[in-house]
Design a protein around this ligand. Sequence first.
Ligand code: GDP
Length: 197
Amino acid sequence: MLIKEARFLVSNQKADKCPPPKMPEYAFIGRSNVGKSSLINMLCNSKKLAKTSSTPGKTQLINHFIINQSWYLVDLPGYGYAKVAKTQRAKFGRMIMDYLATRENLMCLFILVDSRIEPQTIDLEFMRKMGEAQIPFCLIFTKVDKLKKQGSLQLIEKYMQSLTEDWEELPQYFISSAEKGTGRDEILQFIEQINST
Ligand code: GDP
C-alpha cells in the first residue's frame, strides 16, 4: 500500500469520544519503549507523526490518525510502565479495555513485543485478555536490527512456541525494524488486504 496521506486527527481519553466508526481501524499497543512510535512513523513514512517518547508512559491517550482518507491508525498508550502510579495504571487499563471492547470497526490490534527479550508475563496476560474478549490481534516483533544475525529468528520461534501453551491457533506475527524499514510492506499489505475484503 502506498501511504499518500497520514494525518493526526484527535487524542482523547474515552472510547465513546473517538471518531465515528465509519472506517476500518487498526490499533497499536505494547509496553513502553517497545518501539511503537518509531514503528508507526516508519509505516507512515513520517519522522514525527507519532511522538517518539523521551518520557515513556506519558502518552496515555487514544490517538487517532487517518491514513489515505480511508482507514484509521490508532496509537494506544504503552502499558506496564512502573513509574506510573498504580491507580493511574488501573485507570488507563480500563480505558484501553473499554476502547478495545467497544470499537466495532477495530479490524486488528497489533501487539508489539521487543524481539530481543523473553516472553514477559505482562504481554502474555494481555494476549490472554484479548483472547477472552475475542479481540483479533497480531504480534509485531520490534527492533530486529538489534538482533545478532545468528539465532535471531530462533528467538522469535521460541517465543511463538511458548504461546502454544495458551493458544490452539497461534496469532499471525510480523517482524519489524523501524531503523531498516523491515516489515513495512508486510504489515501494510496485511492491512490493505483486510480493507479490500
Ligand atoms: P515507544 O515508547 O514504544 O513509542 O518507543 P519509541 O518508538 O519511542 O522507541 C524507544 C526507543 O527504541 C527509542 O530510543 C528508539 O530510537 C528505539 N527504537 C525504536 N524502534 C527501533 C528499531 O527498530 N531499531 C532500533 N535499533 N531502535 C529502535
